[in-house]
Design a binder for this molecule. Structure first.
Ligand code: HPA
Length: 234
């Protein structure tokens, strides 16, 4: 057990899917895993372990924002031996071509700061996805026919942003979408020699103001979970 995860040693798989929302972890585990077992409920941040096509998988909520994700990613890797971590979440679209429900696969994640920032001091570390996972996720998305964009995203510290000029710069520089976790996931995984990827569905759009209904969100979430699982075991 760790401070934030109550699973016994051996109860966490080497492959972990990380949605922000713990109830999404429950839904995904019950929908896609064989024999899902609740392995963590500390602070209500639910985690489940089961198997997919015979492969052990844990689906553990990360909470919202990089400080929360960082706690879970660190404990999963350092204490439980996780090796492959895939964030499954949502993002706000930042380009015209990126539509609601499309998939965004994050090659890199820009940020103002991450919980790892202190280590790098004056260096601007460039958090990037694991290539093998990225390539496999793109192939799985293509096979499913899901409209997919691959490129840079922006991991923000704020949802209610009082600095719209930063979003404008991200749009101007071709950033596909904004979310709040991937840059730290990529940094922590890199530090420990693990593979990481963020697969996101576009739930709202910064240029048009549109947003998905919760029923639509669930449908796109299902495709994303399957693509993440295919990528993990390709
Ligand atoms: N901003 C930040 N994070 C998000 C958004 C957004 O618009 N949509 C989904 N995650």
């Amino acid at each position: 057990m760790t401070i934030h995860i109550g699973a016994a040693p051996g109860e966490i798989a080497e492959t972990v899917l990380m949605p922000g929302d713990p109830y999404r972890a429950k839904w995904a585990a019950e929908t896609f895993l064989e024999k899902p077992r609740l392995v963590n409920e500390v602070r209500g941040m639910l985690g489940f372990t089961g198997s997919w096509k015979g492969n052990p998988v844990t689906i553990q909520g990360s909470g919202m924002g990089m400080p929360s994700l960082s706690i879970y990613a660190n404990e999963l890797i350092r204490d439980y031996g996780a090796k492959t971590l895939i964030r499954i979440g949502s993002c706000g679209g930042m380009q015209e071509k990126v539509r609601l429900r499309d998939l965004v696969i994050a090659m890199t994640a820009s940020s103002i700061s991450t919980p790892s920032r202190g280590i790098f001091r004056e260096l601007n570390f460039a958090p990037c996805a694991d290539w093998s996972l990225l390539q496999a996720a793109v192939r799985a998305a293509e096979a499913k026919g899901t409209p997919t964009h691959v490129g840079g995203i922006y991991s923000s510290d704020v949802f209610y942003d009082e600095r719209p000029d930063l979003n404008e710069q991200m749009v101007r520089h071709g950033i596909l979408g904004v979310e709040m976790e991937a840059a730290e996931l990529y940094a922590v995984a890199a530090r420990h020699g693990c593979r990481a990827l963020a697969v996101l569905t576009v739930s709202d759009h910064l240029l048009t103001g549109e947003a998905l209904s919760s029923a639509d969100r669930e449908r796109s979430f299902a495709d994303m979970v399957e693509i993440a699982l295919e990528a993990a075991f390709a």
